[in-house]
Design a protein. Structure first.
Ligand code: HSE
Length: 443
């Protein structure tokens, strides 16, 4: 007789619908791999009577009572696919308290309340898996937790938000307006319910906090991660990037400094100019990638669909299979944490201490001597210039653009120089700054 694992789905949006579809479409393969089948026995939704859903389901499975759904005796695994940190947190803690294993795609919840969730799971003796929380369908959590378990990560560069990568890729390709491209991303199911989280870098910061935890065995306050969204990028920046053989990508970056076990951690989220010849420059559309530099393996790259219905659902269902295997091997909930333990507090490196290269754009009056004044101030703050261009002639009140690429400089010096420049009478617009990151891949 085939064994059965009872599942409750919390949420039947894009990802929940994908889970239902994948469990049906791949039922035979899943049963062959697990030696059991999953049975969805309850689906908690906000509106039971909603007319149109992403997938057709037996309406008798639907309930608006989340607490009742997670407590049912015939449920082994609860999939939390609601999103947000209020109801989702309540539901997840209720599921854990009821002794259910949990699969979640909720990066915000794990980034902000991870200690509470994993602490509760450990006390209750249940598993919490979260592959879908970072890079959608790309199994980076498994890579960092298992594949590189014996290695030591030195740095990582990631494109972990599909929506912002899609928007920047399309803006660079077509120069269509930002709002139109965002609408397409929403229609394709990439964007969060509130897309400002994608655009502002907030979603990427949540994912980076989870990655930092896995790579450097430390927790990081997500609110303290320096975060800039893709809205700092204007079409003219894409033009200059293109002209100088760069591509602008929405990056997350983390690096360990000093002592490998205890030194400070640099973590930041921002769009960056990267060399067009670097591997990450080819990660276009809604694709995600993680470029990891580790002590033993060296550089490695993980690439694929970071958002969307079936890719994300695939990670959720793979986690369910893993929990199913744990249940049958009688090791479910055993001391085998899905995140590092003990979690050591490590200092966060202040952004002012960062040394990197910068792309700076100044909107100034077109008059003699302006370029010289800008360069003098940059020089006085120890900022060495690699390239500078002033294009065209301004008419009337229009600014003329002076665009600079620096050699490596200290962020606090750059900030001080920009503050001084912004007070000049010849400046028409506050200076724009985009950091330059990345490596040129070996041929
Ligand atoms: N809104 C997210 C993205 C979905 O665009 O990457 C996956 O977390």
């Amino acid at each position: 007789m085939t064994r059965t694992i009872g599942v409750a789905l919390l949420g039947l949006g894009n990802v929940g619908g994908g889970v239902v579809k994948l469990l049906e479409d791949n039922a035979a393969a899943i049963a062959a791999r697990l030696g059991a089948r999953f049975e969805v026995r309850a689906i908690a939704v906000r509106e039971v009577d909603k007319a149109k859903r992403v997938v057709d389901v037996d309406r008798r499975l639907l309930t608006s009572d989340v607490d009742a759904a997670v407590r049912r005796d015939d449920i082994d695994i609860v999939c939390e696919l609601i999103g947000g940190t209020t109801l989702a947190r309540h539901a997840m803690l209720a599921a854990i308290a009821a002794g259910k294993h949990v699969v979640t795609a909720n990066k915000a919840l794990l980034a902000e309340h991870g200690a509470e969730v994993f602490g509760a799971a450990e006390r209750a003796g249940v598993d919490v898996y979260y592959e879908a929380a970072v890079c959608g369908g790309v199994p980076v959590i498994r890579v960092l937790r298992e594949g590189l378990a014996s290695d030591r990560v030195e740095s990582l560069h990631g494109i972990v938000n599909g929506t912002s990568n899609y928007i920047l890729t399309e803006m660079a390709r077509t120069r269509r307006p930002f709002a139109d491209i965002l609408r397409d991303a929403q229609a394709l199911g990439y964007a969060e319910a509130d897309p400002t989280l994608d655009i502002s870098g907030g979603d990427a910061a949540h994912k980076l906090a989870i990655l930092v935890n896995l790579c450097f065995s430390t927790t990081i306050d997500v609110a303290a991660i320096p975060t800039e969204g893709i809205d700092i990028v204007e079409p003219i920046d894409l033009d200059y990037a293109d002209k100088w053989d760069y591509v602008i990508k929405p990056l997350v970056i983390a690096r360990a400094h000093g002592d490998p076990a205890t030194g400070p951690i640099e973590a930041r989220v921002h769009p960056a100019l990267i060399p067009a010849s670097w591997l990450l420059a080819d990660v276009g559309g809604a694709k995600n990638a993680l470029y990891v530099q580790s002590y033993a393996l060296g550089p490695s790259l993980y690439y694929g669909a970071g958002a969307g219905m079936l890719p994300t659902a695939m990670s959720v269902v793979s986690d369910m299979i893993e929990i199913g295997r744990n249940i049958f091997a009688r090791v479910a909930g055993a001391p085998r944490p899905t995140r590092p333990r003990p979690v050591q507090p490590r200092a966060a490196m202040a952004l002012g201490e960062l040394r990197t290269r910068y792309y700076l754009r100044f909107g100034v009056h077109d008059q003699p001597g302006v370029l010289g004044r800008l360069m003098t101030i940059l020089g006085a703050h120890h900022i060495s210039i690699a390239q500078v261009v002033q294009d065209g002639r301004a008419t009337g009140d229009e600014p003329v653009w002076v665009v600079v690429v620096t050699h490596e400089a200290l962020e606090s010096d750059v900030r001080a120089a920009l503050s001084e420049i912004d007070t000049l009478d010849v400046v028409r617009q506050p200076a724009r700054l985009i950091r330059i990151s990345g490596e040129v891949s070996p041929a």
